[in-house]
Design a protein around this ligand. Sequence first.
Ligand SMILES: [Zn+2]
Ligand SMILES: [Zn+2]
Length: 276
Amino acid sequence: MYHTNYHTHTSFCDGKGTPEDYLKAAESRGLLALGFSSHAPLPYKNDWTMKEQDLPAYREAVETLTRTSEKLDIYLGLEIDYLPPHLTPADERFQPLDFTIGAVHVVEDAARHTFHEIDGHPKDYKACIEFFGGIQPFVEWYYRQVAQMCRETPPTIVAHLDLIKKNNQRNEFFTEEEPWYRNAVASCLDVIAEVGSLLEVNTGGLARKRITTIYPSPWILRLAREREIPLVLSSDAHDPAQVDFAFDEAVALMKEAGYTKVYALLGGEWIERPLE
Ligand SMILES: [Zn+2]
Ligand SMILES: [Zn+2]
């Protein structure tokens, strides 16, 4: 099957390689479309998002490829944090874009003027747990925050829905079987279904060997299927070599969950394609 991927990080943020390097990799892997989704700038110093002043050069680099690429469609996007009042996927200052990927990576401790990263170092994760006074209130806040993003500033694509599991690989803090966890996920999916954002099946954690399965977990895909939430396939590549990483495995899991279709941005429009 011919795939597409709209979730890639170049050296404009925390990835390796230029947009051209990604185009070459995508061509050699036979992709039909390639999107760029650098991390939008955050209101604090960090080593993984783009700098505000690099936005014009990023836009120019991708738009140049859009004009010159003959074999496949190229699209300009951003992975934007929902971190009100600082930024949201609906911010006009980032437009025009072909698509947005909305994510919650950060917890703000406004009283202490600090930010903690959910998918960062385990000590950041522990700081989040401490801030909320326990793992359950932290995780429930996370899913409520993703739901609020979808309700208030719906992105085109919802990023790595269960990112919260990244620092819980050995079930140190919770298990995904716990009813409160399942309820938090299900309520969030209800909102995604209502607003119509696409849910990504993201193989990025596998590529970086941080987790042993896709985002979201296969049981969550089954709940998404029950709600008829449309899917898009993403590798969240941080290296051109990962441009279609583990896509066959992801497609098999989508099928197991009952999906027969996947969404793709082709010719400037989101269309449904058969999952083959
Ligand atoms: Zn992300
Ligand atoms: Zn990403």
